[in-house]
Design a protein around this ligand. Structure first.
Ligand code: HSE
Length: 376
């Protein structure tokens, strides 16, 4: 297998290092912005150098972002090259374009590192869905947010200091707002749902709230009541109806999610025969992520392409009700749903998830966290 690497940042460099020890997968060319010297690969700056090279059969996209990643990946597929990517924003946003195109062109496309970093999550969804119906997926899918929440709760760090550490450790996206506003998790749960349920979920129907407004006082209130705050994704398919959302969630001590440290992820599915299956590992960082890119390359050599057939468009409708912790807002709607006070924050009666997220859109500065009665 002769590959071209698009991008030579945290992940691209990691893939290059791991492949240096594998004789049967050669990195022939690397596209990157800088003029670097690599002993065994040609560094180039123009995608046409890859497209016009018939010796390159497979492309690894590790640039991140949507553009020009989408145009480059699409052109490589059109040119008949297999693609492996770790870019969840790309695959989630252009799912309806890329997955049908892979079938049409007869090329192999995989993206296991896009969800869960080094965890074999999408590859296990692929295996699991062959023998049973999957009814729920979700969990902790962002290493940066978990690192921040863990550092605030267990180490007493402030929000900004914890974010800076996550950035310097290579966990955060180029724009960390993508992590802390929950967008990265949103991409990941939509992609997981598409594969688990065999659908193409409308991203606009999946509400998301992040952790950027959490403060030390919130964390102290949660700890005093036996809860740990985690950014949790949930998606379910029951009787042909779909739910999906991402939100800070108060997890009771004793639940496995409450104990997840540092940059680790804990993702789970619920299957009709298997019951709950959970997967724990480093969800971000150079070598865990690069490891899963290399796993995909090895799967390609065995002829394995995408994880599930491309499915119909569906929308999530989240009428299920949860109690919410809300700080930083007071209005008539909130007062009419208030059940108790935790300091200067309100805890609501059970409210439909979609209704809470619609209300939150108009609230500058409010922080919400759902109170989990049970996860998966
Ligand atoms: N920024 C992502 C995270 C990287 O923190 O989880 C891995 O997808």
């Amino acid at each position: 297998m002769n590959i071209a690497l698009l991008g030579f940042g945290v992940v691209g460099r990691g893939v290059y290092d791991i492949l240096a020890n594998m004789d049967h997968i050669q990195v022939k060319k690397v596209i990157c912005l800088e003029d670097i010297a690599l002993p065994d690969a040609q560094v180039c700056h123009d995608i046409r150098d890859i497209l016009d090279d018939p010796a390159i059969d497979t492309v690894v996209e590790a640039m991140g972002g949507l553009h020009p990643a989408y145009e480059f990946v699409r052109a490589c597929m059109e040119a008949g090259k297999n693609v492996v990517t770790s870019n969840k924003a790309l695959v989630c946003t252009f799912y309806d374009q890329l997955i049908p195109l892979a079938s049409e062109k007869g090329i192999l496309f995989r993206c296991t590192a896009a969800v869960g970093g080094g965890i074999g999550w999408l590859s296990e969804l692929e295996r699991s869905r062959r023998g049973q119906r999957l009814t729920q997926v979700g969990g902790i899918m962002n290493g940066t947010c978990n690192y921040i929440l863990y550092a605030m709760t267990q180490l007493g760090l402030g929000y900004e200091e914890a974010l800076k550490q996550a950035q310097s450790l290579g966990y955060a996206e180029a724009k960390p707002a993508t992590d802390v506003e929950g967008i990265d998790t949103w991409h990941k749960v939509i992609l997981s749902s598409n594969i688990a349920f065999g659908v193409s979920m409308d991203p606009a129907s999946v509400p998301v709230a992040g952790i950027s407004r959490i403060c030390a006082g919130d964390v102290a209130a949660f700890t005093a009541r036996g809860y740990t705050c985690k950014l949790i994704s949930t998606a379910a398919c029951r009787d042909g109806a779909y739910t999906a959302y991402v939100q800070p969630t108060l997890v009771p001590a004793g639940q496995p999610e409450a104990a997840v440290p540092s940059n680790y992820n804990l993702v789970s599915f619920q299957g009709e025969y298997s019951g709950r299956m959970s997967f724990f590992g480093q969800g971000a960082g150079r070598y865990p992520t690069a490891y899963n890119v290399v796993q995909d390359l090895l799967d390609l050599t065995a002829g394995k392409g995408f994880y599930s057939p491309y499915g119909p468009k569906v929308e999530a409708v989240n009428q299920n009700k949860m109690r919410y912790y809300v700080r930083g807002a007071r209005d008539g709607w909130l007062q009419s749903h208030a059940a108790e006070n935790w300091g200067d924050a309100v805890v609501t009666e059970p409210v439909a998830v979609d209704e809470m997220h619609r209300w939150l859109k108009d609230q500058d500065g409010a922080f919400i966290a759902a109170i989990a009665e049970d996860l998966l």
